[in-house]
Design a protein around this ligand. Structure first.
Ligand code: GLY
Length: 288
């Protein structure tokens, strides 16, 4: 591959402020439109130049109580719109868990070398951070690097992680909020694969108002959970699309392949005009 250009807004852009391209002219145009405020308003007016990174990504959702943190099962996100990582960056088009490359030893090391020092630095600034710290990492040829932190759960990673949780989420969060983490969360030995179904035009200009068909039947399938995001009520009854990422359909099973099959069986029964989704989520789990 030739040069890779990544242009990212410094401010918040609802998951849409990143362009990844090998086309220099496209990158230059993006920088102009970000800096002018045309593309993302004030969120794009600051330009930050950083080292370009490449490699498989990993998301760790760490539950923090202000001084200590525990990792939930790691997940991998599929950020590009199209199969084979083609097309624009999005908020995430799918995710799966577990991720073979993220062994317990790898996660322990990421917690010790990234998440815990970050929590300590927050404490040093007088910030008693309790809740979820989302750590987005990349395994580069030079080792793991943190790409971003978010102070929230990840989407759609959470839809691939929480279906595997076998301990009590409420207790976990209540302990974190109370400033004293309780027992480690536990996860089943199986897998979950989450596939995002998006509106036509997502991420640039998603069309809304399309009638969604097949949702009830998909929701009733065994080992399938359908999460609604950009969904609204049709005044005439039924449900319509009301955002870019409309649904996340999660399949569960003993292996990533089983979970993937289940997720895509459910997705096949859902439709609306212009619905789009990736067909290769978890097709080649990293590290297999
Ligand atoms: N899936 C990326 C995020 O939640 O920020």
């Amino acid at each position: 591959m030739g040069d890779l250009f990544v242009v990212k807004t410094d401010g918040l852009a609802a998951g849409n402020g990143v362009l990844v391209t090998t086309d220099r002219a496209e990158a230059v145009d993006a920088v102009r439109s970000y800096l002018s405020g045309d593309a993302f308003g004030d969120a794009g007016r600051t330009l930050v130049i950083e080292e370009g990174l490449s490699g498989p990504e990993l998301s760790i959702l760490a539950i923090c109580d202000g001084s200590t943190a525990m990792a939930l099962a790691p997940a991998q996100d599929f950020k590009r719109l199209g199969d084979g990582d083609a097309g624009p960056n999005t908020g995430g088009m799918g995710a799966y868990s577990p991720v073979p490359v993220a062994t317990e030893a790898v996660v322990d090391s990421l917690m010790a070398n990234a998440v815990e020092p970050t929590l300590a630095a927050l404490r040093g600034r007088g910030i008693d951070y309790r809740g979820v710290l989302y750590c987005g990492l990349m395994f580069t040829p030079d080792g793991p690097r943190v790409l971003e932190y978010n102070v929230r759960f990840g989407d759609p990673e959470t839809q691939a992680v929480l279906p595997r949780l076998t301990s009590d989420l409420g207790e976990l969060l209540a302990c974190a909020a109370g400033g004293r983490l309780g027992p480690e969360p536990t996860f089943d030995d199986g897998a979950a694969v989450a596939v995002v179904c998006a509106s036509e035009g997502y991420p640039a200009s998603p069309r809304t108002g399309d009638r969604i068909a097949g949702l009830d039947a998909a929701s009733d399938m065994a080992d399938v959970t359908v999460f609604a995001a950009g969904v609204g009520a049709d005044p005439d009854g039924g449900l319509v699309t009301a955002g870019g990422r409309v649904l996340t359909v999660t399949g569960s099973g003993p292996t990533v392949d089983d979970a993937r099959r289940r997720a895509y069986e459910a997705v096949a029964g859902i439709s609306w005009p212009g619905m789009c989704h990736r067909t290769d989520v978890a097709a080649t789990p990293t590290g297999d």
